[in-house]
Design a protein around this ligand. Sequence first.
Ligand SMILES: NC(=O)c1ccc[n+]([C@@H]2O[C@H](COP(=O)([O-])OP(=O)(O)OC[C@H]3O[C@@H](n4cnc5c(N)ncnc54)[C@H](O)[C@@H]3O)[C@@H](O)[C@H]2O)c1
Length: 367
Amino acid sequence: MDRMVSYIGFAEIQTLLRRIGTARFIAELAKEIEADYRRWSDFQHSPRLASHSATGVIELMPATDGKLFSFKYVNGHPANTASGLLTVTAFGVLAEVCTGYPLLVAEMTVATALRTAAMSALAATYMARSDSRSMAMIGCGAQAEFQAIAFHTLCGIRELRVRDIDPGSMAKVERNLRSVPDLVDLRIVRAETTAAACDGADVITTATADKRNAFILTPSMVRQGMHLNAIGGDCPGKTELDPNILLLPTARIVVEYERQARIEGEIQRLPAGHPVHEFTDVVSGAVTGREHPDEITIFDSVGFALEDHSALRYLLRLLREEGAGTRTIDLVPALRDPRDLFGEVLGEAEVGRQAAVQPPLCATTSS
Ligand SMILES: NC(=O)c1ccc[n+]([C@@H]2O[C@H](COP(=O)([O-])OP(=O)(O)OC[C@H]3O[C@@H](n4cnc5c(N)ncnc54)[C@H](O)[C@@H]3O)[C@@H](O)[C@H]2O)c1
């Protein structure tokens, strides 16, 4: 039986994205994620395992629905870009539960940007005002263009106000987005300050990277009716919002998974009992994403393993449908006798090595 494991590296995801387009990828993935949040009780939930250091964090994110199991390895090292490295890199594995055999090994640096964008825009379809047309994008690093495409595609955003402390990053986002044919109707404005970017925006996305409790947004930048998509605060001691925003009487906070968000999200800075809603309840209709047009809705996103599970499953389906640059790897041996691992991996070689290193005693004594 062929037990080769499918492999998606940077080259394969590049081929897939160029073939089907980033907007379609994000829109289809958002549907997968939404369907998985709808069947929340099928999944085992646990906060991710995080290993913190002075410079960042390395995390393992497992998820299973009883049929498929997945995990993602992901890091977050905000100072990396200063030495030419990404802040976030990732790879993941999808396996079948019935045998425990891996089906797919995939790069997830790009896939994480895609799934985060899909999740952000999906949440906004439930939480932002439906007439939202303008978004402030605070932080113009690796995630930014994906967020812009997702909000343009799923939420009808037609004006993007970009802001970054690094002018080169703002220029990069503008240049990249202007080269996307689907975005001809997206107006891009570079802002001098975060306050200027937020002034008049319907949605604010914060995607900055700094390992501290930052005050990227303060209450004076936030107006009634706004939707805040806060993705950069995702670790203990790494947040972006002034907690007074979360405490505003008209603020409505939605998180992916409360147990994890209390540790890693913006709400780590609030008292433990402060009310929040989980996204699964919004998707199921148990609670509404937005009660009235004046509410300030806040999606306090840290990234949950279920979203990576959806992404890996979607990637495997795309590979099978599109066959784009399909590669397989011999991660797991295919043995004639599954109990003879030793014999197949080095049985004959080991016999040969022994023979070469130690000639039979009788040969030396007879010479
Ligand atoms: N919630 C999630 O699911 C999720 C997923 C992926 C990444 N993230 C987080 O999102 C953040 C952004 O990720 P990235 O890969 O784009 O990082 P990045 O390092 O590529 O980009 C961060 C950008 O923020 C800018 N910045 C820093 N401080 C700023 C400030 N005060 N004002 C304006 N801009 C500022 C930097 O100049 C940089 O351009 C990170 O904190 C990352 O951990 C969250």
